[in-house]
Each structure stands twice: as C-alpha cells, then as structure tokens.
Design a protein around this ligand. Sequence first.
Ligand code: GCU
Length: 668
Amino acid sequence: SADDGYRLWLKYDLLKNANVRAQYQPFTLYIAHAATDPVTSTAAKELQTGLQGLLGKSIRLQSTASTAPGGISLELTTTPQPNLGTEGYSITTQNTRVKISANTPSGLLYGAFALLRKIQTATPLSKIPETSVPRVQLRMLNHWDNTNGSIERGYAGASLWKWYELPETVDPRYRDYARANASIGINAVVLNNVNASARFMSREYLLKVKAIADVFKPYGIKVYLSVNFAAPRILGKLKNSDPLEPAVRQWWVDKASEIYGIMPDFGGFLVKANSEGEPGPQDFGRTHADGANMLAEALAPFKGIVIWRAFVYKADPKGDRFKAAYEEFKSLDGTFLPNVVVQVKNGPIDFQPREPFSPLFGAMPKTPLAMEFQITQEYLGFSTNLVYLAPLFKECLDSDTYVKGAGSTVAKVIDGSLHQYPISVMAGVANTGSDRNWCGHLMSQSNWYAFGRLAWDHQLSSSAIADEWIKMTLTQDAGAVKTILAMMERSREVYVDFTTPLGLHHIMGQGIHFGPEPWLERSARPDWTSIYYHRADSIGLGFDRGINGSNALGLYHPEAIKQWSQVDACPLPYLLWFHHVPWGKKLNTGRSLWDELCTRYYTGSTAVGTMQREWAGLKGKMDAEIHADVLGRLGAQQREALWWRDACVLYFQQYSKMPIPAPFTPPS
Ligand code: GCU
C-alpha cells in the first residue's frame, strides 16, 4: 500500500516468525521510566508503539521506576558515566529484565530506537546487549528549502515545511519526520536553503520556525537556520552588511537575542557567503573569518554556533576550481572564534559521483571542519536512479590524509579525534520532500538512513547498514535480502561506470545536472562547461593536475600525492581526475584508455538491465506497490544509462578517432 512507503524503516508490523517473537516475550510485559522530561517520554512511547506492533500484544507503560522482572526500564544515570558520553546508551539484560541507561534523555531515546531496531531485525537475545556512543556530536541534515515551498536540488516533491500555514497550523508530518531522524541519531536540522532568503531572520518567520522546533524538541533535535549575510541591509535597512561596521555587528547581536528569546534551544547559523553570487564579507574587503567571527560573537552568549561553508570558487578559465576552497580557507586556520565550524564538501568540486577527498581535510588543524555530504542525488540521477550512497560516504571517510602519519583518515578529522576539535559535525543535504514516500525513489530512503547511521558511527560497514535497512523497510526473506543487498552495494559503481568512469567529472547537463552533456563548451562561467573538466583532445582525455598541470595534487600530503601522481600507478577510479592520458595508453586492465572507457560505458549500462531483471524476480517478496514503483524507476534508469553511454562514447570518439571495441559492436 502507499502507506508502506510513508512508514520508511519504522514499520512495526508483526514479526512473522512466532519463534522469533517468543524469545522477546519474557521481557516485554512493561516499559518503565521515572524521568519526567519530554525526550524520555518519547523514548518510552516509541518503544511501546514499536514493540506492540512487532510482538502483537499490548505492553504496559509506567512512569515510575521498576526493578520487577519481565520489563524494560529506561534509566538516567545518577552520576555521569564517562563511557556513555552525552548521547550514548547501554542496553543490558539480566534474566528477564532489560535496562537501557544513559547520561541524558537523548541517550535513552537512541537506546530505545536501538532496541527496537534489534527486535525488528530479529536479532538473537545474546546480541541485544550493547553500548554505543556517537562519534560525531552534531549529526545534521541541511535542507535546501525555500520560502515558496520549492527545494533547491530536491527531487521528491515540494518542501515539507508549509511556511504559509505556520505557525497556526502544524502539519502532523513534522512529527513523523522528527521520529525518523531520531531513530537514526540525527539531532540537528537546518530548515532552509543555503542560498538563503533574508526573510528567515524576520520575526514573522522566526515564529514559524519556532513552531517546527517545538515539534522536534521531544525527539532531541535542534533547529538551525541558513542566513543571508546581507540581512542587516535587506531587513534592517542598514547601509551595508560590512562585518566590521559597528551598526552591523549590533544588528546581529540584537537579532541573536531576539532569536533566543523566541527559541532558547536554537542551534545556530549555517552560512554560504561569497559563493555563487551570495553576499559575504568579501563584498567589503573583509575575510571569511571576519564574517564568521561577527556572527559567532553574537551567538556565543547563547552557546550557538556558526557553520561557515567552504564551498567557494572563482570563475577563472586558467585556474583550477579544485584548488579554490583550499586557497581561500587554509590560510585562515587559527583565526576563527571557538564557536565557528567550517563546513567542507566531501570532494573538491561538487558532489560528483566520485571525487577524491577535499584537500582541506587535514589542512586546518586549528579549525573544526564539518563534513558536507549530499544525500539528495543532484549529480547522481535524481529520483530515477538506484544509487546506494553509503559506499560513496565511506570511501571519503576512510581516505587517508596522512597528515599525522598513516591512518589519519578523513573520518578522524571529522570526528575531531585527529586534531582534538572541540566541535564535530557531519551534515547531509537532505533528500526528503512532500512525496508520499518522502524521497521520490523508495530506494533513496536508504541514503537518508545510511547517512544518519554513519554520522553516528562511521565505522559501520555500508553492507551492515544496508542489511538493517532492507530488513526493516522491504523484506526479511533471506534470498531477497541477499539479492537486494548485492544490488545496492554495486549500484554506485554501476552509476559511475555509465556516467563518469575512470575519473571523469562534471560532464552532465548544464544547470540541471542531469543527463550527459560532455559537449558543453560555453556557459555563463568557464568553470561551468564540460570541456573545462574533461579536456578531451586528439591526444587524450583527462585533467592534468600534476606538477606540469594545475598542480592541485600539490595541495595534499606527500604520501597522499604518491598514490595518484604517477599515471601508471594511479588507481583507475581517479585516473582522469589527475592525468591527461593518451587514448592509446595501455592501462593495467590490459586495455587501452579508449577501450577501457567504452568498456565501462557499455558494461555499466548493461548492469542496469541486470538490476532490472533481478528486481523483477523479487515480485511477491515485498509490498506490491513498492515493488512495482522501483521496477518502473529501474526502467527509466535503463533508458538514461543508454542515453549516457551513447552520448559519451560518440562524443569522445570524435577525439579518439578509434572504433568501439568488438564486444560492443553489433554484428554486421
Ligand atoms: C551546487 C548546487 C547548487 C547549490 C550549491 C551549494 O552547486 O548545484 O544548487 O546551491 O551546490 O552547495 O551551495
């Protein structure tokens, strides 16, 4: 039914196997908690609702502590336990008693969802006990939602936030959204687009925002807002927004106390400044640090933070956009106030199907760096392509920066352990919208889920996360789980192969970022063309970023450079990111560059056909509507894959002047 898509991974339907249910019976007579705060109450109620559904019986809820056998108790520690951190939990079992303990109500909430997840996925009793603490403090979604209900790069309908109705009307869906986030550990949400309307700073909008914040609060989620740097001029009618101008500083100080007067739990600001035409401190000859510090000073008395984005680049046809963020931010390390975080996209360009990690990771030891991943599939086929993103996220997090010796992974930069950052943040650009199933493509729900799970614990494997998600969302049929898991695990590589194999990047349709357009030669900006990135010519293909080229490679640590600098040793997934390679060059696959390129385009698009057939074979193993919907989208993906393949092979062939290799040519 349509409802199956709506319920995400929170389907608490009766566990089909009676033996599995029976093992949980002895400790599910009651749920008890003595804490009186709203978050603990949420935890208890979620447990009750979930377990009643899964086990098909009613379970008593009592708001006093209990040590009687047969139940689950939620207990706040009387003295803080260091091993549980602020939001961690432990689940212990003793005879027929389960105890969830935590230092804070949020910890209890996460413990409750963890227990539910275990029971929902039929985990044996011996594996129920667990202690888990999040590795990252702020696990955050960034919504790119506008006041008019549209979403920048949103492919699942309109915005969830109904600004015109708020604050008087509060859509019950806000609560469903909050539950889903809490269940995967997300504790922070930026409601609006980084290309921010100044209106979000108006009292009118702040009251609307408060209405949403009130719904999120019992789920342990804080609200943040993207701000327009020119708000003092636009809203405050000041003559400019110069961060060193006393009147401007005062405007922000006043605005901060107004905001915290309305929402004492407000999280802080996210800022896109001097990027893609947005206003910023450089408009007045000031630095990013001047701008960020002004806002940080205004928020500091309320413990708010400023998350300042490093997504900046200049239109220079001779330059290399790869280097832009590094060049603007590296030298500012150490100049930001303690409540400023700099948010960096995972790769140096822009959410491509594959990028090397941004060279800023590891380069700013004195400034907490936040990770910005994109969950919405802007460059990854919108909502017609099945692309499981956990392998992409993991690939970046597991990359070694080498800045403090081998093992200095990007994950350790982000979780703060490498440089002892006081604040740690992982953000994901949300893929939710008003579509009944939230994400457009049902399978894209897994990307929301995986983002949250990895933000909690980046050591989880992408297959373990997919396995949980499939069992909670689609089916527990062992064969079907196996087929779907294998499909998800290879889906990102398949997408890379039929769109941008071997390190090609940014050759998609102009502006829309969909479909192939490698022939794009002119646009409003030189770094928004395709030929700027792929550099195809009669000799070969790829962007030389070595010492004879842009030397973007030189921004990395020498050990990281080593892995990519030699054309013969460079791993093929990154080859054309760093080298201009002759068409006839023999690669370690035994094929020439041209033959390898064709092979990837052809095998990638064929693999989509295989996914389609495999999915068709799953009929009857899951909800019929979900099955049919995903099958339809795989059909669309197949059509798009052929479009990509033919467009790119025929376009690049004009330069290689070589025939399409035999296995792929139709018999004459
Ligand atoms: C991409 C995207 C824009 C977005 C920008 C950003 O360039 O296409 O729509 O505004 O990223 O992250 O700021």
